[in-house]
Write a protein that binds this ligand. Sequence first.
Ligand code: AMP
Length: 281
Amino acid sequence: MSAPILRRLDALRATTRPWVRAGERIGVVPTMGALHDGHLSLVAAARAACDRVIVTIFVNPRQFNNAADLANYPRTEDEDARKLARFGVDALWVPDADQMYPAAFATTVSVAGLTDVMEGAYRPGHFDGVATVVTKLFVQTAATDAFFGEKDYQQLLVVRRLAADLDLGVTVHGCPTIRDIDGLALSSRNLLLSDRARTMAPRLHEEMEAVAQGLRAGQPFAALREAALTRLDKAGFTGTDYLDLRAQDDLAALEAPERPARLFAAAWLAGVRLIDNIAVD
Ligand code: AMP
């Protein structure tokens, strides 16, 4: 059965009020739509853990630092609703823009530290936009649980931080990255890749795996990194914003995986920015 699509806050509150009164666990899956199997894995995790599931779809202008990226972002609401039909979702929260940001809106939620590097450094203002909208979504939906993908690992840590710091009472669950058969991490932006670029895109994950393998064999990160960057360049990538080895709890930069670590990358292919990360055990 299809979930009701709610666009106004009064309708959302009327829906959640009885759930809150009954003490039910409300699991929320925030998305920007153009849903793929990565998103759907979060919905399945929420369905398994919670009494009620709300999927939110909102292309949040405040987290885009590039007007063309916002304009080009894929929007497929009807198809999204169809994909969700078999998951037993209780409500789809697709807020009208004025419900999120009324004309006089003036508040920003900003997480320090974790946001200084990687996506925070390359996309100024991005995490303020994310933190602000996620805080609002948690409050609006009366969430007790929220489900985020490790695909956006830095975002997952930022959301955990803000939920704890602001006493939001939301348990933030991290879910593994879902990949296509060739290793490419699923992403709504993959829809923007040409057929040719799509065949080249898995190279990013391949090179990350090669670096991880070298690290496990005790090779120095700096040399592995340089070799991978050169190969990506030769393979047709038009720039790598970062290829970093970082601690998985606080994102401190590492030269070797001496504590639980992840490899993080953002790289450009045919005008599309791909990001990915993998654990290095
Ligand atoms: P987005 O719609 O891109 O903002 O993503 C919404 C949520 O889905 C975020 O928590 C993402 O981390 C998560 N997500 C996106 N791609 C994947 C993937 N390939 N596997 C798992 N989760 C994902």
